[in-house]
Design a protein around this ligand. Structure first.
Ligand SMILES: [Zn+2]
Length: 479
């Protein structure tokens, strides 16, 4: 009897100690999985094998999909890198998190007041590190908060080299692991793997890969050769796109292998998503920034920890990148009490409790999600003059069920309405033919408050010249 009492007392004391230490970081805590968030810049869903592409670009992701939930209908909030990333990290739409444009002097930076995946997981005891590949995903846009290690890839010494002997402007730049304001995926993943190897503690790593962004930094010649792209740099930007995705996929494979080798793969939540897609001539545009599907429809895979079920599935409900914030916190078992606009993704059977938007899965309501995205082009001081004239507008997108509205706030007569089910390529504007749908979606859009913008046309205040130079080197400015 005495023994049992002692045992009971010991258990009570142990439980109390555990509670007291709840916020402390403990090594190999089985209740705290690792979290690996991979954001693939400029990656179209329809160029990925598990999304139906036959170009052989993504053997690693295709294998990962066999043990993941694959979301077939995921939307970004923006075609602009820092804006979309701010949504992923906060669970908020751009008009809520404050980073709406890339080149303005206001509304170009994630607001300090918003919790991020970095701050919440750091405060919950996770070791946090971010390894990003380019300036648009850097601390300049407020994305570094919460990361104890923030490795931006914008390396001063390389920038100096670049100034002294700039790479040729014609053709592709070959076999350089890093130039100016961006670096190739292998360089970024090297840093992430080193960091993962430094400690066994539960971690949250965000790895951002920039390879498909544009052709100024391309994979090694052997990868180009595999896709029949001339290694002398005489290819076109479109030709480089598939090899770049393939190269990025291989780097994701190195990262996953490093987790396997250290025995942490099974206990790691892996999320792979892109920030936005890319125009490859669709709708008369060869970059991103607009709101058509080739730029706003994003791939999204989520692998849960070992033992979670179902093992692999495809989820066809409409979901948004803002849903990642509460979903990742729920899957990690982190503080689910933070209010966000996002909702836990359907299909994951997550049962974490919590008030507000976070923590509670509501698969029954999955179909009521509405996607929103924006492109405040005239307010983004350096928007490309090469944009098609009708797109030179402040664009706001709402998707509800099969219907997609792209409202042109400056010239409403240019607004667009598409039925994505019947017209996935957005070729037939139903704006005039469907007044009821149009008015319903417009009403919804007005109710969000998204049409109010603080940033002023022309960009009040000068843009930092160094920021301008970096952005120009990445092809954002001018034309
Ligand atoms: Zn991007």
């Amino acid at each position: 009897m005495l023994k049992r009492t002692n045992l009971l007392m010991t258990s009570v004391i142990f439980a109390a100690l555990l509670l007291a230490c709840g916020a402390e970081r403990t090594a190999l805590d089985p209740d705290r999985p690792g979290v690996l968030l991979i954001t693939m810049d400029t990656t179209r869903a329809d160029r990925i094998g598990c999304y139906g592409y036959s170009g052989g670009t993504t053997p690693v992701l295709d294998r990962l999909a066999l043990e993941s939930i694959r979301y077939s209908r995921a939307f970004s909030t923006s075609g602009i890198t820092p804006v979309a990333h701010a949504s992923i990290l906060t669970g908020l739409f751009p008009y809520q998190h404050g980073a709406r444009v890339m080149f303005g002097s206001v509304e170009h930076r994630l607001g300090e007041e918003h919790p991020t995946l970095g701050t919440v997981l750091r405060d919950g005891g996770w070791r946090t590190g971010a390894f990003v590949s380019a300036y648009p995903a850097s601390e300049e846009f407020g994305l570094a908060r919460g990361f104890e290690t923030f490795d931006s890839g914008v390396r001063d010494e390389l920038r100096d080299d670049f100034r002294e002997s700039p790479p040729p402007r014609e053709g592709l730049w070959l076999d350089q692991a890093s130039v100016d304001a961006q670096r190739r995926g292998d360089a970024t993943v090297d840093r992430a793997i080193d960091w993962l190897g430094e400690s066994d503690a539960p971690f949250f790593a965000w790895v951002h890969l920039f390879d498909p962004h544009d052709p100024t930094l391309v994979p090694p010649a052997s990868v180009l050769d595999r896709f029949g792209v001339p290694a002398d740099g005489s290819g076109t930007r479109d030709q480089a796109y598939d090899p770049e995705i393939y190269f990025m996929d291989q780097q994701i494979g190195r990262l996953l292998d490093a987790l396997r080798e250290s025995g942490r793969y099974e206990n790691t939540v892996v999320v792979v998503v892109s920030d936005h897609g890319q125009g490859l001539g669709d709708h008369g545009w060869f970059q991103h920034r607009l709101l058509y599907q080739e730029q706003i429809h994003i791939p999204l895979l989520i692998k849960r920890v070992h033992g979670a079920s179902p093992k692999a599935a495809v989820e066809n409900a409409l979901v948004r990148n803002i849903d990642l914030f509460p979903t990742i916190l729920a899957l990690a078992g982190a503080d689910p009490s933070i209010e966000t606009e996002g909702r836990v993704l359907p299909g994951l059977a997550v049962s974490a409790p919590g008030p507000g938007g976070a923590g509670v899965p509501d698969p029954a309501n999955a179909d009521t999600r509405v996607a929103y995205a924006e492109a405040l082009i005239p307010l983004d001081t350096y928007s490309s003059p090469r944009l098609p004239k009708k797109q030179w507008d402040n664009l706001h997108m709402i998707v509800e069920g099969p219907w997609k509205l792209i409202y042109h706030a400056v010239t409403p007569a240019n607004s667009e309405l598409y039925h994505l089910g019947n017209d996935p390529r957005e070729a037939r504007n139903e704006w005039e033919r469907e007044p009821e749908v149009r008015e319903r979606l417009l009403e919804r859009l007005r109710a969000t408050g998204a049409l109010q913008v603080a940033v002023k046309a022309g960009g009040e205040g000068a843009v930092d010249p160094e920021a301008e130079r970096k952005l120009r080197s990445l092809g954002y400015i001018g034309g």
